[in-house]
Design a protein around this ligand. Structure first.
Ligand SMILES: NC(=O)c1ccc[n+]([C@@H]2O[C@H](COP(=O)([O-])OP(=O)(O)OC[C@H]3O[C@@H](n4cnc5c(N)ncnc54)[C@H](OP(=O)(O)O)[C@@H]3O)[C@@H](O)[C@H]2O)c1
Length: 184
């Protein structure tokens, strides 16, 4: 299970998980992004959190529960996934984009006791901890890209003057793929 699944990180994490043999379900906002995940990237299931009831979608797409949750968004979505995790599940905290602009306290997961009941682990992951494995990642990803197993979608916006609006796309879902500001 991956949140922010149509984004830069989520779409790559989901595809790598599939290549490694997992059944992958993504959470994304909107029909276009969800269709892209299943039809173009081969995700096994999707939940459109903007139009579906997330808890019902989790039951529908993960009837046997969630073994690994790769979380990019935090907040309510993390809290809704936690009761669905399996015994020994792993919750990877990669990001919490729903919380970055909070003026009040960050919303933590109230359903964290699911970690206790399920003897599960929630752990932060920062990509720079894996610098020593970048060459391995570049080699594998280059092979997967050239064989078509991995697809990368970019959303390129031109002009430094658009920076404020471009940045805000990350928080509204206005981007579709890796958001790149082209400075010419
Ligand atoms: N740990 C690390 O080493 C590391 C490295 C890079 C990035 N990150 C984190 O990874 C996450 C994704 O980064 P990215 O560059 O790939 O961005 P991205 O996913 O390309 O863009 C952000 C997406 O997040 C979704 N989103 C925004 N606000 C949301 C909300 N309130 N609830 C649910 N979804 C929301 C939107 O997609 P929808 O249209 O689907 O809502 C938006 O398009 C971020 O949290 C970032 O901080 C972590």
């Amino acid at each position: 299970m991956i949140s922010g699944a149509a984004g830069a990180v989520g779409s790559i994490a989901g595809q790598i998980a599939r290549i490694k043999g997992c059944r992958v379900v993504g959470i994304a906002g909107g029909a276009d992004k969800c269709r892209f995940l299943t039809e173009k990237l081969g995700f096994d299931g999707v939940i459109d959190y903007k139009n579906d009831d997330l808890a019902a979608g989790l039951k529908r797409e993960c009837p046997k529960g969630v073994d690994v949750y790769f979380d990019n968004v935090g907040g309510d979505i993390l809290d809704t996934v936690l009761p669905r995790i399996n015994l020994g599940a792993r919750v990877v905290i990669c990001g919490a984009i729903s919380q970055y602009n909070n003026k009040d306290a960050v919303k933590g997961p109230s359903n964290y006791l699911s970690l206790l009941v399920n003897r599960a682990r929630m752990e932060g992951m920062v990509v720079t901890d894996y610098v020593s494995r970048y060459p391995e990642a570049m080699r594998d990803m280059a092979e997967w890209l050239s064989s078509g197993q991995l697809k990368s979608k970019e959303d390129i916006i031109e002009g430094l003057q658009t920076f404020p609006e471009t940045l805000m796309k990350l928080f509204t879902g206005g981007n579709f793929g890796k958001l790149i500001l082209k400075v010419s």
